[in-house]
Design a protein around this ligand. Structure first.
Ligand code: BGC
Length: 740
């Protein structure tokens, strides 16, 4: 039996990295011909620490140069003013002037949620990866790292040196239109994965970013909503995800969000930016506002906002004046500037200047397919309908509006343009040219593979009836700046599935969605695959799963509820009252919170809610099926400074696979916590019949609660139940341990 140790970096281990790690990006040797430059510009010496280098540059700067470093210079298409200086942007969402005379480069930013945005209108190519929620379904820190590294490489190839990816808001409200950009409902899962992504993104010498800090958990009225949430709930849910991500990934930038929290806008919220982020968490990078998310000069500066984007409404002339009049202390401005400079050195963008190159298209597509294969979740497989057996299945019906041509993607600033097409309009439905029909046909030479769009119900049912299996591709599009009215499939697709399943019970539904969907037809179909927004190579990945060339190993990073009535906020998400109108907010920055959302469910986010409220769900957090089965045994918990949990996982089926083995803990009753929380996991590769012993180290913080009185994390002494198994509702191993 092999022994395996989980290598996932957690809070404590990562802390060690974050202290030394940033410096190591830039530590290197002087290159030829650089010695004289190093004499005139000692900060160009990569042997010095980013802090030392930033301090040296800071001393050289004029007030105007400092101001230039703390705001953006416009964005193509932004409704604000026209900038007098020549537009020097790279076509991305924003850019910040450098200080040419001192060798400090411009920061060129691009959105990069699942690939580099806005490439087609620049004539550039980007690989579309599966959406972040899909990568969370892989539960694989290594896959998250490859995801980040690919984005980092393609950013540099396109002439950018800063990403605006790294979305980490936890899924408190599954109808949130940006759920696909985030990493699910659990802070430990989301934080660990985003941290690994950012670590590897920055490894390519770009400035990494984590966003939208914080509690931007719905899009409706995002510029006007005040999220009301208790401090302990805030710390143990949304902020914990950010904290873990920052510890592991050490991002050079944090983007504050549009919404207000407990009365103050995030980008002028001293508790969030200074007390928590910069003081308690010792974050050394800079805080950048979401686009148009800055609403003041003196208040924002004092609260800890370092850089206004994409313009200079509050951090241009008004900030200069405020400094001259003593309303903003010079030391405060210097802190903003120092953080921007330090991040430039720490990320390596000074030592490794931007240089365009040709994107590795084929390598990117391969990575995209592999991650998609790891992230597809098999939700139902009755009577072994999957994998498809070529010896038995002679005819296949492929059904769905675009199933002949492509698969849908998530919209908004995350949108990656499909190669070869015209750049899509904001919020257009974009179908990547990855054809399920062609991918399935390529896997089934000699079989009959026919297509129906579903537009003609009678013809569609007839095709389903005459085929051995019917595979229905359904979609639910979502985007930034818009919440879903409900979790139903749109465009009458539920009825289409029902008709097809009535005609042929061997119906397999393939769901392309950015969040949970409800499934009124679940009992009528034989198979269900959740494939998320699957990226440039989605169809090939789906076909590989359908035919069993890949054994499904993805697990749900969020609960699929039975209906919206079971959500913590069963009402429809409040539509934006749009006090000023969005365009006005963007152009002037003027806004104030006009309505509140009370997150009274507090700690009970996702599965914690359904567990605590004893509500049955459609599919629980962590759920999956595979073409094999796994057995768990021999749980041992070793409590101490570092608690470790050891158990054995065996592949009891007949095909090789990868099992996401999960560990949950129930805290002592005195802790006042929901019934259980995820504290660790390991993705274990197992041949048929193979067993492995898995050891998972549990971060002490994950066994603690946030104490509002002392503003710190503490362990509650008492009996802790450790549980191990395959999902949040399949935990066969339990051991109770007393912890002090
Ligand atoms: C989004 C950010 C994005 C920015 C720049 C904003 O509307 O909320 O996530 O990075 O625009 O495009």
């Amino acid at each position: 039996m092999k022994k395996l140790r989980c290598l996932c970096l957690g809070l404590t281990a990562a802390l060690a990295i974050s202290l030394g790690g940033a410096a190591s990006f830039a530590q290197g040797r002087l290159h030829e011909g650089e010695e004289s430059a190093a004499k005139d510009r000692p900060w160009m010496n990569p042997q010095l620490s980013p802090d030392e280098r930033a301090e040296m540059v800071l001393k050289e700067l004029t007030l105007d140069e400092k101001i230039d470093l703390v705001h953006g210079e416009g964005m193509p298409g932004w409704p604000g003013k026209v900038f007098p200086k020549a537009y020097l942007g790279n076509g991305g969402a924003g850019f910040v002037f450098g200080v040419e005379r001192l060798g400090i480069p411009m920061i060129q930013m691009s959105d990069a949620a699942y690939g580099i945005r806005s490439s087609a209108d620049n004539g550039r190519y980007s690989t579309a990866l599966p959406s972040p929620i899909a990568s969370a379904a892989s539960w694989d820190p290594q896959a998250a790292c490859e995801y980040g590294a690919l984005i980092g490489r393609e950013l540099r190839a396109q002439g950018y040196n800063m990403t605006l990816g790294g979305g980490t808001n936890i899924t408190r409200e599954p109808r949130n239109g940006r759920t696909f950009e985030y990493l699910g409902e659990d802070p430990v899962l989301a934080g660990t994965l985003v941290g690994n992504r950012i670590k590897c993104e920055q490894g390519q010498h770009v400035i990494g970013d984590i966003k939208h800090y914080a509690v931007n958990d719905q899009e409706s009225g995002r510029n006007e909503v005040n999220a009301v949430i208790g401090k302990r709930a805030l710390q143990e849910t949304d902020l914990l995800a950010f904290h873990i991500g920052i510890e592991i990934g050490n991002p050079a930038a944090v983007m504050c969000s549009y919404n207000a929290i407990n009365g103050d806008y995030s980008c002028e919220n001293k508790y969030l930016l200074t007390d928590v982020l910069k003081k308690a968490w010792k974050f050394k990078g800079f805080v950048v506002s979401d686009w148009g998310g800055t609403h003041s000069t003196v208040k924002s500066s004092a609260a800890g906002l370092d850089n206004e984007e994409p313009e200079d409404i509050y951090y241009g002339e008004p900030l200069k004046k405020a400094v001259q009049e003593g309303k903003v202390p010079v030391a405060e401005l210097d802190d903003h500037v120092r953080r921007v400079l330090r991040s430039e050195f720490a990320s390596g963008i000074v030592d490794y200047p931007r240089k365009r190159s040709v994107v590795d298209v084929e390598g990117g597509l391969e990575t995209s397919r592999q991650i998609a294969e790891q992230s597809i979740v098999l939700l139902k497989n009755d009577k072994g309908v999957l994998p498809l057996d070529r010896a038995k299945v002679r005819s296949i019906a492929i059904i769905g509006t675009h199933a002949d041509e492509g698969m849908i993607s998530g919209g908004g600033s995350a949108q990656v343009d499909p190669p070869g097409s015209v750049a899509p309009a904001w919020k257009a439905h974009v179908w990547f040219p990855t054809s399920p029909l062609k991918a399935v046909a390529a896997k089934a030479p000699g079989l009959s593979v026919k297509f129906a769009s579903g537009a003609d119900p009678a013809a569609t049912a007839a095709l389903a009836k005459q085929s051995d299996v019917a595979i229905v591709f359904v979609h639910q599009w979502s985007s930034e700046d818009y919440d879903l009215p409900n979790l139903s499939l749109p465009e009458n697709q539920d009825a289409m599935i029902d008709q097809v399943a009535s005609a042929n019970p061997r119906t397999i539904v393939v769901i392309e969605s950015g969040t949970a969907v409800t499934m009124p037809w679940i009992d009528k179909v034989s198979g269900v695959l959740e494939v998320w927004y699957a990226g440039s190579k989605g169809a090939d990945a789906v076909a590989n799963i359908l035919f069993g060339d890949v054994n499904p190993s993805g697990k749900l990073p969020m609960t699929f509820p039975r209906s919206e009535a079971d959500l913590p906020h069963p009402r429809e998400v409040i539509p934006s009252p749009s006090m000023l109108g969005k365009a006005a907010v963007m152009a002037t920055g003027e806004a104030k919170p006009t309505f509140e959302v009370h997150y009274d469910e507090g700690l009970k986010v996702g599965y914690k809610w359904y567990d605590a409220e004893k509500k049955a769900v459609l599919f629980p957090f962590g759920f999956w099926l595979a073409y094999t089965s796994y057995a768990y045994s021999e749980l041992k918990v070793k409590a101490g400074k570092q608690t470790t949990v050891t158990f054995t996982v065996k592949n009891t089926g007949s095909s090789a696979g990868a099992e996401v083995a999960q560990v949950y803990v129930a805290l002592p009753a005195d802790a006042g916590e929901p019934p259980k929380r995820l504290v660790g996991w390991s993705k274990v590769k197992l041949q048929a019949g193979e067993s492995k012993e898995v050891t998972i180290s549990i971060e002490p913080a994950y066994l603690s609660i946030f104490d509002e009185g002392s503003e710190s994390w503490k362990m509650v002494p008492g009996s802790y139940s450790f549980m191990a198994g395959g999902s949040s509702q399949d935990l066969p191993l339990v051991e109770k341990v007393m912890l002090k």
